[in-house]
Design a protein around this ligand. Sequence first.
Ligand SMILES: [Zn+2]
Length: 152
Amino acid sequence: MVSGVASYSTFAGLFIHAFFDGFAISAGMEFNFYLGLLIFFAVLLHKIPEGLTIASVMIAAERRRRTAFLASLAIGVATMLGILSVFILSGVNGRVVGFAFAFSAGASTYVGASDLIPEINHSRNRVIPLLVFGGMLLFWAGTALLAPLAGH
Ligand SMILES: [Zn+2]
């Protein structure tokens, strides 16, 4: 159902994406603990779908279940590598956090604006835009709940 090349390119794309998930968590934590916490929960909410996605792609490409499991595990490891890379780089030079934060915000905005929102607009399913709106409300609620803790 899915070619071998497509399964590996999907894996490579999700690996890079997961790396920057961790990168964003760590950069957020370095900037402000509560902002990092908010990013952590946002990433946490889509980690299970990410793991299911890569495992499903591997199974659809007729890979073994063990390969699907290892691909899901590697996606999790990529997130941890992203987290560690900001910790290590910020220890070398504190200004790196600003660049990491800007880069991770830009990468997230790019993916959302170029891939996710256009895909949702093409969808005939009207529930999905409501879920996106619900996610935006969830982000707003999280920000409002954490703002007093962050001193804002
Ligand atoms: Zn992700």
